[in-house]
Write a protein that binds this ligand. Structure first.
Ligand code: GRG
Length: 303
């Protein structure tokens, strides 16, 4: 997997962000107006503090791979990003990772307060669903497929995915997990939403089930690679590079791929998984250079 492809990944991310960030800005402005007061400001702050946009880029790339052409896919991408954003607002709370910085800015509970940030996280759950259903209507996705898409997103965010993974992650603090247990945490906490991004994009683009299955396997593999790369960056990058506090895993005595395999071993595993993800595309005879570039970006990224 070459770094040149990773540069193409940067370009794809930037293109996807032009579409998705505009959608997120609309959501932020609407929430500021509709909710009003401090809570409206805090919602707009959380939604308007933007990340790299990996999940939206995967939604859009999978959609286009399935033959989708409408820019209204940005609403679907924004919905997936909103789920990710509210998870970060809660993840940073003092009762979880207790982090003062995220995406280069003070976390929502630092910029406002803990009760407000807690409300922001929960309030964004239905907002994400509303943004999703509006976008699916604009894309003219039929009701059965729209229901399937909503179910994929909600399942990935729930006990079998993000929430369950976070729970296991917190419960494992200070304990030495083996690789199988850690893989289960990573797949649920981070991988499930990344896999869902690929599946949702494919379904929205009208992909037949065999193509959905290939993109699901691709997403599952890069989802795990993403969290392993995150473990490596937490141990090797600076807080300025990451826009959040570096070295947090060691401070919180978390088991990570780095604590088990070392930095180089973890890096090699992330690269191996990115290659495996490309193999699943090839095996399924899916020509998806944009997804391949994003897989490369995911394991070569510096932030
Ligand atoms: C609010 C109902 C509710 C649930 C929240 C807290 C929680 C449940 C889940 C947290 C899951 C979590 C923290 C996953 C980590 C994922 C991860 C690696 C984040 C970093 O992703 P990047 O690098 O970040 O894509 P940016 O900022 O670029 O978007």
């Amino acid at each position: 997997m070459s770094e040149a492809v990773a540069t193409e990944g940067d370009r794809l991310l930037a293109d996807a962000r032009i579409l998705t960030d505009a959608e997120l800005a609309r959501v932020a402005a609407r929430l500021r107006g509709e909710v009003g007061g401090t809570l409206g400001e805090a919602l707009a702050y959380a939604v308007g503090t933007l990340g790299k946009g990996v999940r939206p880029a995967l939604v859009i790339a999978a959609y286009r791979t399935a033959g989708g052409r409408s820019d209204a896919i940005a609403g679907v991408a924004a919905a997936v990003e909103l789920v990710h954003t509210y998870s970060l607002v809660h993840d940073d709370l003092p009762c979880m990772d207790d982090d003062p910085q995220r995406r280069g800015r003070p976390t929502t509970h630092v910029a406002f307060d803990v009760p407000t940030a807690t409300r922001v996280g929960f309030l964004l759950v239905p907002v994400a669903v509303e943004v999703l259903t509006d976008a699916l209507a604009r894309l003219d996705v039929d009701v059965a497929r729209a229901g399937r898409i909503a179910s994929v997103l909600l399942r990935a965010s729930g006990i079998g995915g993000m929430v369950g993974g976070q729970w296991l992650d917190l419960a494992a603090e200070g304990q030495a997990l083996d690789l199988a247990a850690l893989q289960n945490v990573h797949r649920r906490k981070t991988g499930a939403l990344i896999e869902a991004a690929c599946v949702i994009g494919a379904l929205a683009g009208g992909a037949p089930d065999p193509l959905v299955a290939v993109l699901s396997e691709f997403g599952r593999t890069v989802g795990l690679a993403f969290q392993i790369a995150d473990d490596v960056l937490d141990a090797t990058a600076t807080s300025a590079q990451l826009g959040k506090t570096a070295g947090r895993d060691a401070t919180m005595a978390k088991s990570t791929y780095v604590s088990i395999l070392g930095v180089e071993g973890a890096r090699r595993e992330a690269f191996r998984l990115a290659d495996l993800a490309l193999t699943s595309l090839e095996r399924g005879r899916v020509d998806a250079p944009s997804l391949a570039s994003l897989a490369s970006y995911i394991v070569h990224r510096q932030s």
